[in-house]
Design a binder for this molecule. Structure first.
Ligand code: C2E
Ligand code: MG
Ligand code: MG
Ligand code: MG
Length: 292
């Protein structure tokens, strides 16, 4: 029995190791090629003011159209690989440039611009020249820095690097770029740490929003984060709003902004033009009242 088990698990183990390394290898080769071929697309998910349903911003979400498999690969899968391979700098710059080009286009169409939030990975932030990169891209494309917002996940905040991170964020904020903490509640940042950072908003992680209307722990957590953010003078944004129960809980607790499939999923730039041109308000289509 022992032998059979040992043998069985040994085989399973090597099989999965083999599988993983082969998968990583192909994803690496394909990712390098995709960066060369620019096989990426930025999609935009609307951010909604929860009192009014007004469209007040977008989050830029990266998509990889993999030609080999014909599938769209999730950033959850390829961003960590890009980081490990040292490709995140190149990829991140491409995203910033693509967003700025789109912003300029919307501006030239005469639409009233709402800010676009771009996700920044730890390594991209820690490279230290992110402020310079952003300044260059903003200048070259001719957009206003205040049209950009950067989202940094809470898990980035390695205590040993606190001073450096604060410096980098300050340099960015000095240019007029807004800074949000993404996936708030999933990391370990202390209040004293957060207080030292130049922040504009906290984004409540989707995992707390999912059951907010039915799970007392999540409800307490979400309402505490909202109260805390307000106490710190920050804007609060809820991610992953999918239904009316979640929405009305967040409205009742005074959460400022939200995004989620209930309103819209991320769509290509063309759809953004449409939304901007018609002053789209999802509350009208959903037949909703404002929060108060
Ligand atoms: P995130 O920044 O927390 O983005 C929110 C994710 O939740 C997005 O997944 C979005 O499509 C999804 N989402 C939005 N509303 C709902 C909803 O109502 N229900 C559900 N179930 N999901 C919802 P996505 O686009 O797959 O992105 C995953 C993560 O990948 C992002 O999490 C972000 O951390 C990262 N990411 C995306 N684009 C970039 C990028 O350009 N650069 C970097 N460094 N990271 C990126
Ligand atoms: Mg984000
Ligand atoms: Mg998030
Ligand atoms: Mg999240």
């Amino acid at each position: 029995r022992v032998k059979a088990d040992g043998r069985g698990s040994f085989h399973r183990y090597t099989d999965s190791l083999h599988y993983d390394s082969v998968r990583e290898l192909t994803i690496e080769t394909r990712l390098r090629k995709a960066i060369k071929d620019q096989a990426f697309q930025v999609k935009y998910q609307p951010k909604i003011e929860l009192k009014s349903g007004r469209l007040i911003g977008f989050e830029a979400l990266l998509r990889w159209h993999d030609k080999v498999s014909g599938l769209v690969v999730s950033p959850v899968e390829f961003i960590p690989v890009a980081e490990r391979l040292g490709l995140i700098g190149t990829l991140g710059e491409w995203v910033l440039e693509a967003v700025c080009r789109d912003l300029l286009y919307w501006h030239e169409c005469g639409y009233e611009i709402v800010p676009v939030a771009v996700n920044i990975s730890v390594q991209q932030l820690m490279k230290g020249d992110l402020a310079t990169t952003v300044r260059r891209i903003v200048r070259n494309t001719g957009v206003q820095a205040s049209w950009l917002e950067l989202e940094v996940t809470e898990s980035c905040f390695i205590p040993e690097q606190a001073d450096r991170i604060a410096d980098i964020l300050h340099a960015l904020r000095m240019q007029g770029v807004n800074i949000s903490i993404d996936d708030f509640g999933t990391g370990y940042s202390s209040l004293s740490y957060l207080r030292r950072l130049p922040l504009d908003a906290l984004k409540i992680d989707r995992t707390f929003v999912t059951d907010v209307a039915h799970n007392a722990d999540d409800a307490r957590l979400a309402s505490t984060i909202i109260a805390m953010a307000k106490g710190m003078g920050l804007k609060v944004v809820a991610e992953g709003i999918e239904n009316k129960e979640q929405l009305s809980f967040l409205q009742r607790h005074g959460c400022h902004e939200g995004q989620g499939f209930m309103f819209a999923k991320a769509e290509p730039a063309k759809q953004v033009s449409q939304w901007l041109s018609e002053h789209w308000n999802p509350f009208e289509a959903l037949d909703l009242q404002g929060g108060n």
